[in-house]
Design a binder for this molecule. Structure first.
Ligand code: PLP
Length: 445
């Protein structure tokens, strides 16, 4: 490939970004506030975004195929979303009172998601997942949760368990070990999380049956970005739902990213009815947001109208009117026809990239669904976290691909993760295809 990420520092193309990152070290621990936007030797600093494009502080222009990690489904500064947000801002940005705006967005989401009768807003996907776990514990009276090996659900200790386990510590494939993600996590947290093998029906059933008396919920993302963006099989999801119902364990569908795959969310696309659903990213129209929703009976744990709620829930910026107005406009623009067009583009992109990979005979593959895609440096079939786990050499090739695409004006997530946005047309798709082809054919694979 054309340039090594460790030598990119020498390239003038990123001189101002490099200068800013050096300045940032003084006041920001590690130079920034967000691990997912840090990559070696330094991140690219953005100056502004417009539609499908980004401009960095050195004046370089990029097609943005990561869209703030999938949250900007209409790209940057969409005129109608911007107008809705600005109008809301002119009337004040947050009050110690609810506004009617939250009812409108809640109603739209409940109407679209088959398994969501009621919801509550928070400020991030992390918070949404945390509240869902607390709701499940309160509702069932059981303390523990189960989650899938390698799946990302935000920065709550419990749901980080075994997010990044590795061959030297992940244990038995049929009963994965509970491994801490960050230092200092108490042993008790690890003991309170059962780790399940993604897409393995019999092993998952066995673990749920063994631990049913202590499990409040199973948390699943049916299209987990860190498990290779490999979808759960429909049989697996159906079996999981059946088993959870039979055992009195709630099923939580984390659709923070995967809501964007269908007008009716991942639950609509995969045909299942979780007890609780977590949302974030696209529902905020580009502003910080999250939501936890589900069956009325379960959501009643938050209800303070008749007695003290089982789960008291507050938050200074929950359902603030700017986020609500921008989110409502962004969702209204996402009609079924718009979803169909975006998903057809996603399908076309994945197909074209797969064709290039096949013809170039390189060790890559493309995964994903809807408007999401991921380029993975292996041709081995991927089904679960262990098969999608990259060796050091593969991780280096993924990091290299990231820079090679950035150098060609394609702003992609580190690790080859990407998504489309509604301002993109065929010219944008072709430029991604052209850039990937160019990179793969100039490499030794
Ligand atoms: C599936 C999933 N759940 C939860 C989160 C956490 O969301 P947030 O970054 O808004 O806290 C993410 C973030 O990417 C996610 O992908």
């Amino acid at each position: 490939m054309s340039s090594n990420p460790t030598t990119i520092n020498a390239v003038d193309r990123y001189a101002e970004s490099r200068r800013l990152f050096e300045a940032a070290q003084e006041f920001l621990a590690g130079g920034n506030s967000r691990l997912t936007v840090y990559y070696k030797p330094h991140p690219v600093y953005v100056e502004h975004g417009e539609g499908a494009y980004l401009y960095d502080v050195d004046g370089n222009r990029y097609l943005d195929v990561i869209n703030n990690y999938t949250s900007l489904i209409h790209g940057h500064a969409h005129p109608e979303v911007e107008a809705a947000a600005v109008a809301a801002m002119r009337s004040g940005t947050a009050f110690a009172a609810p506004t009617g705006a939250e009812i409108k967005l809640a109603r739209l989401l409940c109407e679209r998601l088959p398994a969501v009768e009621q919801l509550r807003f928070v400020n991030s996907g992390t918070e949404a997942v945390m509240m869902a776990v607390k709701a499940a514990r309160a509702f069932t009276g059981k303390p523990d949760i189960a989650k899938f090996e390698g799946a990302y659900h935000g920065a709550y200790d419990y749901v980080e368990v075994s997010l990044a386990s590795s061959p030297d510590n992940w244990g038995d494939a049929s009963a994965p070990a509970s491994i801490a993600y960050s230092a200092g996590v108490p042993r008790t947290v690890l003991d309170e999380v059962v780790v399940l093998p993604f897409n393995h029906i019999e092993e998952t059933r066995a673990l749920l049956r063994r631990h049913k008396d202590r499990l409040a919920a199973v948390l699943i993302d049916v299209l987990p970005s860190r498990v290779g963006l490999v979808p759960a099989t429909r049989e697996f999801v159906a079996a999981l739902q059946e088993e959870c119902h039979a055992l009195g364990i709630l099923l939580i569908s984390d659709e923070v990213i995967s809501f964007r795959v269908d007008y009716h969310g991942a639950q609509g696309a995969f045909g299942f009815e979780p007890d609780l659903t977590t949302l974030a990213k696209i529902i905020g129209g580009g502003f910080p947001v999250g939501a936890v929703g589900g069956r009325r009976e379960v959501m009643a744990v938050f209800d303070a109208t008749e007695k003290s709620p089982m789960v008291p829930h507050g938050g200074t910026f929950n359902a603030n009117p700017v986020t609500m107005a921008a989110g409502l406009k962004a969702m209204e623009l996402l009609t079924p026809a718009v979803f169909n067009r975006l998903n057809a583009q996603g399908e076309q992109l994945r197909q074209s990239l797969s064709d290039i990979i096949r013809l170039s005979e390189v060790e890559w593959q493309v995964t994903g669904a809807g408007s999401l895609f991921r380029l993975i440096p292996t041709r081995e079939p991927l089904t679960d976290y262990r098969s999608a786990h990259l060796t050091r050499e593969q991780s280096e090739r993924a990091a290299q691909l990231h820079w090679d695409l950035m150098n060609r004006g394609v702003f992609i997530g580190s690790g080859g993760f990407g998504c489309l946005s509604t301002p993109m047309g065929s010219a944008e798709l072709e430029s991604v295809i052209y850039a990937v082809e160019n990179v793969l054919q100039s490499s030794d694979g």
